[in-house]
Design a binder for this molecule. Structure first.
Ligand code: KMH
Ligand code: ZN
Length: 397
């Protein structure tokens, strides 16, 4: 901020100067999105949070948080990062921790006829992880266990907007089972209940402690019971008090089994280093592009669920230089915030009782379908189209 920006006593800069910066940020975002400068239509909110004075250095940042037919919703933040100090010289200044001076949200418009096709993110694929291996009926009585219960829940989730079912199976005692028989029964029941082709992604992660051969059980399902996709876990992590083992050789073996089966792998990434493992698998030909990755964030023992981490992971994936789709699965209380972030950042969202049993703080979700409905609401709020089955099939299979 130059001295010509000072407008009030004490070298104070007027707030409109921050809005001028946001105007430039908005213009850049419109150009990046649509190749057009766009027009600022309205601010929904503006907060001035700290004084700005001549001599301060301000950095302004914005991000697109919603898409309409002609509108783009944005959020802005301006931060003071350098301030003058009384020092040895008149020009002494110091770099300091960023101080947020202004926040705003607003809407820009770009005429429909100049919008760049493909500027909007692709439709959001909502995955329902309806049972998992760890969640118990004692934790949530709405957990589906039998093949028929899994089928009924898959149907409810599909009706709520899910297009992928991430599937685990349980035995007659409700214990995690990776047998071909249990998966075959569940897949048959789901296919019968959801006649129009929900994508079934079987787990090859199973439960901690299972061998690769045991975990590969679902890949024994063939014909009408064959899964469309299968999860592929590429790295070992601490998993709460347990260790979820995925030795390099076991991962290669599982990737080969998935390929031989003809299922499309979804690569489960729980930590940043798992991207490096995926890159090596790709280089060695064990997996091929387009990659479909799921960032599973917030497992106790692996990478935590935060915007910063998710943005870093996306950036790392982009750095691989191959086409990919990504989704985010937040664990526990992080599930819905991560789904919302994924919707905002152009990814896919995974929700369901496998990862989280609550709809709201202290309120148990009555199955996974209400969580799917929440993810769909997030898409609506942010102007993201929810993928239809045909779209999800085209994007994933
Ligand atoms: N149950 C976890 C240990 C997957 O489905 O691929 C592993 C898991 C991952 O659920
Ligand atoms: Zn799973």
């Amino acid at each position: 901020m130059g001295h010509h920006d000072a407008h009030y006593a004490g070298q104070l800069v007027d707030g409109a100067r921050m809005l001028a910066l946001f105007g430039d940020v908005a213009t850049e975002l419109c150009i990046l999105a649509d190749g057009d400068e766009g027009l600022f239509r309205a601010y929904d909110s503006v907060e001035f949070l700290a004084p700005v004075r001549a001599g301060d250095f301000i950095e302004a940042e914005g991000r697109i948080v919603g898409w309409g037919k002609t509108s783009i919703k944005m959020e802005f933040e301006a931060r003071k990062v350098i301030s003058p100090v009384a020092g040895a010289f008149e020009s002494s200044a110091q770099v300091h921790a960023p101080i947020v001076v202004c926040r705003a949200t607003g809407t820009c418009v770009v005429p429909a006829n100049v919008r760049r096709p493909g500027a909007r993110p692709s439709p959001c694929i909502v995955t329902a992880a309806i049972v998992g291996a760890e969640t118990t009926r004692a934790q949530n009585p709405h957990l589906p266990l039998s093949a028929d219960e899994l089928a009924a829940e898959a149907l409810r989730c599909m009706q709520a907007g899910a297009t992928v079912i991430h599937l685990h199976a349980r035995d007659e005692h409700g214990q995690a089972s990776q047998t071909t028989a249990h998966f075959g029964a569940a897949i048959a029941a789901i296919r019968a209940a959801t006649s129009d082709g929900v994508i079934i992604q079987t787990s090859t992660g199973g439960a901690v402690g299972m061998s690769v051969a045991e975990r590969a059980g679902p890949l024994g399902c063939v014909g009408a019971e064959a899964p469309d996709m299968a999860s592929l876990n590429v790295g070992t992590i601490n998993f709460g008090d347990d260790v979820f083992m995925n030795k390099a050789a076991d991962t290669v073996e599982m990737a080969a089994r998935i390929r031989a089966h003809g299922a499309v792998p979804e690569i489960e990434l729980y930590d940043a280093g798992h991207i490096d493992i995926a890159a090596q698998l790709l280089k060695d030909g064990h997996i091929s592009a387009p990659l479909h990755v799921q960032f599973v964030l917030g497992v106790r023992g692996a990478l935590s669920a935060s915007r910063r981490n998710l943005e870093f992971l996306i950036e790392r994936m982009q750095g691989l230089g191959v086409p990919f789709s990504w989704g985010a699965a937040g664990i526990g209380r992080h599930q819905l915030p991560m789904a919302d972030l994924a919707v905002e950042l152009g990814g896919n969202a995974r929700v369901g009782l496998e990862d989280n049993i609550y709809l709201d703080k202290g309120v148990l979700a009555e199955g996974s379908a209400p969580l799917v409905a929440r993810a769909v609401e997030m898409c609506q709020k942010r102007g993201r189209k929810v993928a239809t089955l045909a779209e999800a099939r085209q994007l994933l299979l």
